[in-house]
Design a protein around this ligand. Structure first.
Ligand code: HEM
Length: 83
């Protein structure tokens, strides 16, 4: 989990327009072996839901939460290796 947290943080910092210190695999490559094990939209929806719930719990403004969720959503096809 420690490695995962560091990679997630670096990726999201880059995805949200911050400094790009991300050196992990791209989203397709990083999740390809999980697709073989059945990763699908239901799992993506749960992870995105946890992200939204966390931001709500931290009282982040709705307007900012919508922006974050749009960015997270923009990774869906790559994470799920679609299209
Ligand atoms: C917003 C959607 C997501 C983002 C931005 C994201 C981001 C990342 C990043 C940055 C990595 C590291 C890639 C690498 O260098 O190996 C990673 C790996 C991983 N992700 Fe995701 N992820 C997302 C969705 C999911 C979902 C829905 C699941 C499963 C429920 C998941 C499970 C994993 C696992 C288990 C790894 C580690 C794979 C390994 O250690 O080989 N991710 N993800």
């Amino acid at each position: 989990m420690q490695r995962q947290i560091a990679k997630q943080k670096a990726f999201l910092t880059m995805a949200f327009g911050g400094p790009n210190k991300y050196s992990g695999a791209n989203m397709r490559k990083g999740h390809a072996h999980l697709i073989e094990k059945g990763l699908n939209d239901s799992h993506f929806n749960l992870v995105a839901g946890h992200l939204q719930a966390t931001l709500e719990e931290l009282n982040v403004k709705d307007e900012l939460i919508y922006q974050v969720m749009d960015i997270a959503e923009s990774t869906r096809n790559d994470v799920l290796n679609k299209f």
